[in-house]
Design a protein around this ligand. Structure first.
Ligand SMILES: [Zn+2]
Length: 149
């Protein structure tokens, strides 16, 4: 069995949220999972067919975030990666990147269309990336450790 091969909700396994580059570390807030299931349900109802949510990035260690920053540039310099990304473990597993897949056709749903549903359930929805949406719950479920740090 691979690490984190654990069903954590109806449609998601724990390993989908892990840092794939380093040590399979995973921090996942239960509220994030709940909201992802709600988003999936809303997308299915809207499309009247089965839509899958494919996680592209969940937990991101400092090491992985630094590597991404070097690759895609830091936001302060016009790039795509934030040095204080909400994917970092210290934020308590409140951020995830994903795209939505029409399971019957294999087509990826337009990000703006998915964002309309996702924004019903998440505090922050960033839909200007070509390959994924970023969503997080930075206001709904603050992680005590970071607040008190
Ligand atoms: Zn993100």
């Amino acid at each position: 069995m691979r690490p984190n091969d654990i069903q954590v909700s109806e449609h998601f396994k724990l390993y989908e949220f892990e840092d794939r580059a380093h040590d399979n570390l995973v921090v996942l807030h239960p509220l994030l999972l709940e909201r992802l299931e709600l988003t999936r349900k809303a997308l299915c109802l809207d499309a009247e067919k089965d839509i899958a949510i494919i996680i592209t990035s969940g937990t991101r260690t400092r090491r992985t975030n630094n590597a991404l920053g070097k690759l895609l540039g830091w936001t302060s310099l016009g790039g795509l990666v934030c040095p204080t990304s909400h994917h970092l473990p210290g934020y308590g597993g409140l951020a995830v990147d994903f795209f939505a897949l029409d399971k019957s056709t294999g087509a990826i749903l337009p990000m703006k269309q998915v964002a309309i549903q996702a924004s019903r359930f998440f505090d922050t929805v960033i839909d200007h990336y070509p390959t994924h949406l970023h969503v997080d719950l930075r206001h709904s479920a603050k992680h005590k450790a970071t607040r008190n740090a």
